[in-house]
Design a binder for this molecule. Structure first.
Ligand code: NAD
Length: 264
C-alpha cells in the first residue's frame, strides 16, 4: 500500500488538508494513506475520501511525503518506530515542536515545519513553512503545492513559527469569538439571531477582502467608517475602554508563549 502521501493523525487538521488535496485533484485518493488509532476516524476518512487507512503508522510512513498531524502531546508515541521509516520528506504541523526536536527524532531526513489554520477546510487557510537544510527544491515545491491547495503559503524563518502559531494558527478562534460577540450585540439590539449572524460574518469577510484588495491600512479603513459624532466613534470609545486592542495583543503573545512551552 505504498502511498505518495501519508498523513499521521486523521483529526481536524489532517482531514482539512486531506479534503482539499482530494477535491483539488492534487492527489488521487489511492495515493494517500492516513494512519489513526481511532477506528471511527479511519472508517469516516475511508468512506468520505476513498483513501487508504491504517492503524499502523509504520505502514503509512512508507510514502514520499509524511505529514505529521497528531497533537504535540502524542508525538513521542506516534514517532516510535518511525525514525527509520522510508518516507523521504517529513512535514510537521505540530504547534511548538521545533525542527531541531524533529531532527533528533528523524535523523538525516529532510523536514519541513508548517503552521496552517482551520480555514484550510474551505481553501481559505494561510500556512507558514520553514524547511531544514536537507530539503531539496523539489520537495519544498511539493509541500508548497500541498499547502497551496488549502490556501496561501508564506515562508518564514523557523524562529518565527511560534509567533505565526499565536497569530494565524490560533487566530480563527479569536475571529470566531468576535463574530459571536458581534452577533450577540445585534441580538441585544433587537435583530433576529440568524440575521445577526449573517451580518456579523459577512462584515468580517468583507472587511478582510477590502483590506486585502485595496492594501488600505486598517486605521484608514477605520477612519472611512467613523463619522464625526456618529455611531462608530461611540462604539470605538467603548472598545478602547474595554481594552480590545491590548487584549488582542496579549492574546497573540499568550498563544506564542504556549507554543514555546509545547516545544519544551
Ligand atoms: N486545529 C487547529 O486549528 C490547528 C492548526 C494548526 C496546527 N494544528 C496542529 O495540528 C495537530 C493536530 O491538531 P488537530 O486539531 O487536528 O487534533 P485532533 O485531535 O483533531 O487530531 C489528532 C489525530 O491524531 C490521532 N492520533 C493520536 N495519537 C496518534 C498516534 N500515536 N498515531 C497516529 N495518530 C494519532 C487522533 O486519533 C486524532 O484523530 C496538532 O499538533 C496541532 O498543534 C492544529
Amino acid at each position: 500500500m505504498k502511498a505518495q502521501l501519508s498523513i499521521i493523525g486523521g483529526g481536524v487538521m489532517g482531514e482539512a488538508i486531506l479534503s482539499r488535496l482530494i477535491a483539488s485533484n492534487l492527489y488521487l485518493p489511492s495515493d494517500v494513506c492516513v494512519s489513526d488509532p481511532m477506528p471511527e476516524r479511519r472508517a469516516l476518512l475511508e468512506k468520505k475520501y476513498g483513501v487508504q487507512v491504517t492503524p499502523n503508522n509504520l505502514v503509512a510512513a512508507a510514502a514520499e511525503i509524511m505529514l505529521l498531524a497528531v497533537k504535540p502531546q502524542s508525538l513521542n508515541a506516534a514517532a516510535i518506530g518511525l525514525a527509520n521509516a522510508p518516507a523521504t520528506c517529513i512535514v510537521s504541523i505540530l504547534a511548538g515542536v521545533t525542527l531541531a526536536q524533529l531532527e533528533v527524532m528523524f535523523p538525516s531526513k529532510p523536514i519541513i515545519r508548517a503552521m496552517p489554520n482551520t480555514p484550510a477546510q474551505v481553501g481559505a487557510g494561510v500556512t507558514a513553512i520553514a524547511a531544514n537544510a536537507l530539503v531539496t527544491a523539489a520537495q519544498l515545491d511539493a509541500v508548497r503545492k500541498i499547502f497551496g491547495a488549502v490556501g496561501t503559503v508564506v515562508e518564514v524563518a523557523e524562529s518565527l513559527m511560534n509567533a505565526v502559531t499565536g497569530l494565524s494558527g490560533s487566530g480563527p478562534a479569536y475571529v470566531a469569538l468576535m463574530v459571536e460577540a458581534m452577533a450577540d450585540g445585534g441580538v441585544a439590539a433587537g435583530l433576529p439571531r440568524a440575521i445577526a449572524m449573517q451580518l456579523a460574518t459577512q462584515t468580517v469577510l468583507g472587511t478582510a477582502q477590502l483590506l486585502t484588495e485595496t492594501n488600505l491600512h486598517p486605521a484608514q479603513l477605520k477612519d472611512q467608517v467613523t463619522s464625526p459624532a456618529g455611531t462608530t466613534i461611540a462604539a470605538i470609545a467603548q472598545l478602547e475602554k474595554a481594552g480590545l486592542r491590548s487584549a488582542m495583543i496579549e492574546a497573540v503573545l499568550a498563544a506564542t508563549r504556549r507554543a514555546d512551552e509545547l516545544g519544551n
